[in-house]
Design a protein around this ligand. Structure first.
Ligand code: F6R
Length: 263
């Protein structure tokens, strides 16, 4: 029987589950289903959220569920991964603005329960420390939604020779600036710094859900799942997390060698 989504396994650990979907719509629906199950399963659900193009379909599906009355955001609290620095939340290129447009403005969430790193803070180092303290206070988010960069970055944790733990200020690489330039009028307008959850902040999440689609992600996905754990492929650290689900389309799965459809 033809199916739109197939679980893949490498026959080793069960901590990383991989679901390969026929198309972006299926991927988005499956990802939204996992997030909705967390929200519906708790009285005080906490979501870690991401920006970028990958989760947009997932957010559309969450909005649809909210509209049809099967998903209630009134008790949901959220912490986003990252924000450009310096950039005000009202700026239409900010990640705060993106989240309002793509999710928060369309669901019954209390905006007081929304947290995005402060890209406008006078003391950005302190803002990072405060954000990390909040994550500690809540004991980590219940589920962290992630996209992945073509170079394997998660959040704004770019490939480098060390894993940086807490929320911190990052210098964006040339390739990330180039990739993000499509959202700005000209490349000079792309901020060169950001404030981002660190690898340690992300790993505090109780569950992790990574979504990726398109051939441009195939190399990063293969290295994340099948390569060595190295800060040069930041997402490879996810191999060590206890509860990860990676939902990708066939194009993003194209370079996998060890992961095969489950028998
Ligand atoms: C966004 C973020 C980034 C993106 C990544 C993929 O909050 O932290 O790591 O997830 O750059 O971006 P897209 O989905 O646009 O390909």
């Amino acid at each position: 029987m033809a199916t739109n989504a197939t679980w893949y396994t490498n026959g080793k650990g069960k901590n990383v589950k991989v679901l390969v979907c026929k198309d972006y719509e299926t991927l988005s629906k499956r990802a939204a289903g996992i997030l909705a199950a967390v929200v519906n399963g708790k009285t005080d659900p906490i979501l870690g959220l991401a920006t970028g193009s990958s989760p947009v379909g997932t957010y559309k599906e969450l909005i649809r569920m909210n509209e049809e009355g099967t998903l209630d955001f009134s008790k949901v609290r959220t912490w986003n991964l990252d924000e450009y620095y310096p950039l005000a939340p009202e700026n239409d290129q900010s990640y705060h603005y993106f989240m309002n447009c793509n999710l928060f403005d369309h669901v019954n969430i209390d905006k007081n329960n929304v947290h995005v790193p402060d890209g406008n803070a006078a003391d950005i180092e302190q803002a990072g420390a405060d954000y990390e303290a909040q994550l500690d206070e809540i004991g980590g988010v219940d589920i962290q939604l992630l996209g992945i960069g073509n170079n394997g970055h998660i959040g704004f944790n770019e490939p480098t020779d060390v894993f940086v733990g807490p929320t911190h200020v990052v210098q964006l690489t040339e390739s990330t600036i180039q990739a993000n330039a499509r959202f700005f009028e000209k490349i000079e307008d792309v901020p060169t710094q950001a404030i981002s959850m660190g690898i340690g902040s992300i790993m505090k999440a109780k569950k992790i859900l990574l979504v990726a689609n398109g051939a441009g992600k195939a190399d990063a996905i293969a290295k994340t799942l099948e390569g060595p754990i190295t800060p040069f492929v930041p997402a490879s650290i996810l191999q060590l997390h206890q509860d990860v689900t990676i939902i990708i389309d066939e194009a993003a799965a194209a370079n996998l060698k060890e992961y095969k459809p489950e028998a």
